[in-house]
Design a protein around this ligand. Structure first.
Ligand code: ADP
Ligand code: MG
Length: 360
């Protein structure tokens, strides 16, 4: 079903993304670490889940948010090991791993459940075992870290200990691969610290894949296909809807779901904006915690005050004598987080729905 609100897991439910699926396959053959970026709700998790389920790769998924929440805000290696053990239990039957893991010291298999004894071996030991297991099966073992921005709460050094482990695995465990994705590009960069010379991952080749919003035509096709699938006759202009909400598939899905519920396109549109607004306010809150200037800048840009000097002037006008380098760095961060992008005519808000909400 195209109009379903959770990430897709099956190919038949995934609209298009043929090229991305192929690209991801190629990248994983080349790079031990592949990073997936893109706006929230654009379809990153769906792409990776479908890819992994359709492939013959061994794979474990670690949802950073769940890891963070179940660990009470501070993720220890002990916690991650246990979490991986639970995931292994879940997948080992379908991926036929039980018999192999049974023979590994420190791992107890009872029925289909797997216990890892963290006292007997460390995370890197576990990766080593997974590497051996994969090798024996002549396969690759992929560990998918989704919502990876939460991994900066791993250990006491902003996630650096986990990065060091990834770097170690990169160099030593040929059959273990990582896919890393998350909802906030900037935080993802903050976690991976790729531009940082002292980062454990610095200088290693990493694969990047950006998931982009659908084009106008794709978006129209997507909505038509979604309605056709549930036998709904469409008696309104679908193109008008796409002009309003653009190509972020998560919003298109939400529109479809709401329309089927209300049978009224204007109400459905309103609901979409309402939901996006809640999401938006949460993100603004996060930004505000870092600096009150972020939401201010975004609002100005949405109103067309979108060049560096115009922004500088408007700060002046309200008595905020912001320094040049500070303004640069704020804009750069917003850019990294995919809130804004630079164009020839100045900055612009990337997400059209956000833009509309901002300029209200
Ligand atoms: P992200 O991980 O980028 O935030 P998700 O994968 O969670 O995005 O997708 C957001 C919403 O869009 C979900 O409802 C999901 O089912 C839907 N979706 C994502 N990609 C597709 C696709 N290619 N075809 C159909 N629905 C999709
Ligand atoms: Mg996701």
């Amino acid at each position: 079903l195209l109009f379903s609100l959770t990430p897709k897991t099956k190919k038949e439910d995934l609209f298009d993304r043929e090229k991305e699926l192929k690209d991801l396959e190629k990248l994983l053959q080349t790079y031990p670490i592949v990073v997936i970026t893109g706006l929230r709700r654009v379809g990153k998790s769906s792409l990776v889940k479908v890819f992994l389920n359709e492939s013959d790769l061994l794979h474990i998924t670690v949802d950073g948010r769940r890891l963070y929440e179940t660990s009470g805000g501070n993720i220890s290696s002990h916690h991650l090991t246990r979490f991986l053990g639970e995931e292994l239990s879940r997948i080992s039957k379908s991926q036929k791993l039980l018999n192999v893991l049974k023979r590994v010291r420190g791992i107890t298999v009872s029925g289909t459940s797997i216990e890892l004894n963290p006292k007997e071996f460390s995370l890197s030991d576990l990766l080593e075992k997974l590497n051996e297991t994969a090798k024996r099966r002549k396969k690759k073992m992929v560990i998918f870290f989704d919502e990876a921005q939460y991994l900066r709460y791993y250990g006491s050094r902003g996630g650096s200990d986990l990065l060091a482990l990834l770097a170690y695995s990169y160099d030593n465990f040929e059959n273990v691969r990582f896919i890393i994705s998350g909802s906030e590009v900037g935080v993802l960069h903050d976690f991976l610290k790729l531009e940082d010379y002292s980062s454990p991952l610095h200088g290693r080749g990493i694969g990047f894949l950006t998931v982009r919003p659908f084009t106008f035509d794709q978006s129209v096709d997507f909505l038509m296909e979604g309605f056709r699938e549930v036998g709904e006759k469409v008696n309104f202009d679908v193109e008008e809807i796409v002009r309003e909400i653009d190509g972020i598939v998560g919003y298109l899905v939400l529109f479809g779901v709401k329309y089927l519920e209300k049978k009224n396109k204007d109400e459905a549109l309103k609901e979409v904006f309402h939901a996006v607004k809640a999401l938006f306010e949460k993100e603004m809150e996060e930004l505000r915690k870092r600096s009150e200037r972020y939401p201010f800048i975004l609002r100005q840009i949405s109103r067309g005050i979108n060049t560096w000097s115009a922004l500088k002037n408007i700060f002046r006008a309200k008595g905020d004598f912001i320094g040049d380098s500070r303004l640069y760095s704020l804009l750069e961060t917003l850019e990294k987080m995919s809130f804004i992008e630079k164009t020839q005519s100045g900055y612009r808000i990337v997400d059209p729905v956000f833009e509309k909400i901002l300029s209200e």
